[in-house]
Design a protein around this ligand. Structure first.
Ligand code: LLP
Length: 421
């Protein structure tokens, strides 16, 4: 499942002791396994091989250039949500013909930039957005492929903040609007309205919600085609759940096994937009214990990473395994309960509550597992903390893929006006 394993009593990333990486680059440190990353991509590709889908990596999960480059080199495309991601995708050599662009709030400038770049398609989330794309294309005297994002009104049974396909969520278009826009496609000379997109949420572990959404999408496609549309592709979005704790998510193969028969004979090209499934378990956050504080009520392990480095536990109450990197001999024997907390001035700055861990001491290294997706990507400079370094292990070698930020990075762009001097 991933290439972070305890060998000779020490946590390794592929062939590299995590301790060695932490000593070389300092902590907090994001450490990625190239093999795990590629392996997950290949598993998905193999599962869907009979229909050779376009697999667009959701860059929002992790847009480090090295991570994206590794996937593009494997033949992935990119699922983007901003011009920043567009430019990063192009920088790492993503062919524009493999880029799809979602987001409820694409501005006119962003739309123009993506049309100019020649992306494969936009996933359109509102009627005014469609008009904006149409306008941009007519101005640029070009035509752009477009998918309509259907909101299938399905509850994905995941955290409410990452549920996107319920009728009350801001994403996508209701069925009636989708059908109306397809029926009116002649009005939009600048766009080739030829795809349907769904993405109902993230970290979905059961097949039920995916299937319910897929059935709705197929029904809408059938209805639209009956009324004259010519829908040529279906984008199933991302959302495949991974193991953080005790989840039993469907495998890529099991997912393909239920999806593929439903697509048979429909002449639809398949697009997938996974983020977490590919990169989630490919990364860890390495952090060092600074102090131990026992208050009687709680035993705190205060570490040098904070919610600014990894927001998921604070924002979603997300569970991440925490593993000692280099336990001393005998240290693993008996456990104690710790709240593993960061240095940030908020009580929510906590990676784990009452977590059984071997007795910890200042200086000990811990690995927060499953931090490859939405980890560094959601990091901030809160509390004026420079963002962590990122390193990528490829077999026996470690490559620094983002240097740790410095104080200069923190103040770059800020100015004190003359009036205050
Ligand atoms: N496609 C669209 C349109 C999306 O909005 C997303 C994720 C994906 C694909 C990729 O989903 P994935 O395969 O990674 O589940 N920060 C949250 C997750 C937010 C997901 C946002 N959209 C977290 O840390 O759990």
């Amino acid at each position: 499942m991933h290439d972070f394993r305890v060998r000779d009593g020490q946590l390794h990333c592929e062939a590299v002791p995590v301790l060695e990486a932490a000593e070389r680059f300092g902590t907090p440190l994001y450490l990625y396994s190239h093999h795990t990353l590629i392996d997950h991509f290949r598993k998905l590709r193999a599962a869907f091989a009979p229909v050779t889908p376009l697999i667009c990596f959701a860059m929002k999960a992790n847009s480090n250039l090295a991570i994206c480059r590794a996937l593009i080199r494997e033949g992935a495309g990119a699922d983007i949500v901003s011009v920043g991601e567009l430019r990063k995708a192009l920088l790492v050599g993503a062919p524009p013909s493999r880029i799809v662009y979602a987001s409820v709030g694409k501005t006119a400038a962003e739309i123009t930039a993506a049309v100019r770049a020649g992306i494969f398609c936009f996933n359109v989330e509102s009627a005014p957005e469609l008009e904006q794309i149409d306008l941009a294309c007519r101005r640029l005297k070009t035509r752009q492929r477009v998918s309509l994002r259907l909101n299938p009104n399905v509850d994905p049974h995941t955290h409410t903040f990452i549920s996107t396909g319920r009728g009350t969520d801001k994403f996508g278009l209701d069925e009636a609007t989708v059908l109306r826009l397809f029926a009116d496609s002649a009005r939009y000379a600048g766009v080739d309205l030829a795809g349907v997109h769904i993405h109902i949420g993230s970290q979905i572990t059961a097949p039920g919600p995916f299937l319910a959404a897929l059935h709705k999408a197929l029904t809408v496609i059938r209805r639209a085609n009956r009324r004259g549309a010519r829908i040529r592709w279906l984008n199933l979005g991302g959302g495949l759940g991974i193991v953080y704790h005790r989840e039993k998510p469907q495998t890529a193969a099991a997912f393909a096994k239920v999806v593929l028969p439903l697509l048979k004979g429909r002449g639809l090209r398949l697009i997938l937009e996974p983020g977490r499934f590919i990169v989630g378990n490919s990364g860890i956050l390495v952090t060092r214990v600074v102090y131990i504080k026992d208050t009687g009520a709680k035993r705190f392990a205060i570490v040098d990473a904070g919610m600014n480095d990894l927001l998921r536990p604070t924002l979603y109450g997300a569970y991440h395994d925490i593993v000692p990197v280099a336990p001393k001999p005998g240290q693993t024997a008996k456990t104690q309960r710790y709240d593993v907390v960061g240095p940030i001035c908020e009580s929510g700055d906590r990676f784990a509550a009452d977590r059984p861990l071997p007795p910890l001491a200042p200086g000990d290294l811990l690995a927060v597992m499953g931090a490859g997706a939405y980890g560094f990507a959601m990091a901030s400079n809160y509390n004026a903390r420079p963002r962590a370094a990122e390193a990528l292990v490829m077999g026996r070698r470690i490559h620094l893929v983002r240097r740790r930020e410095t104080f200069q990075d923190l103040v770059r762009g800020e100015r004190i006006p003359a009036a205050l001097r």
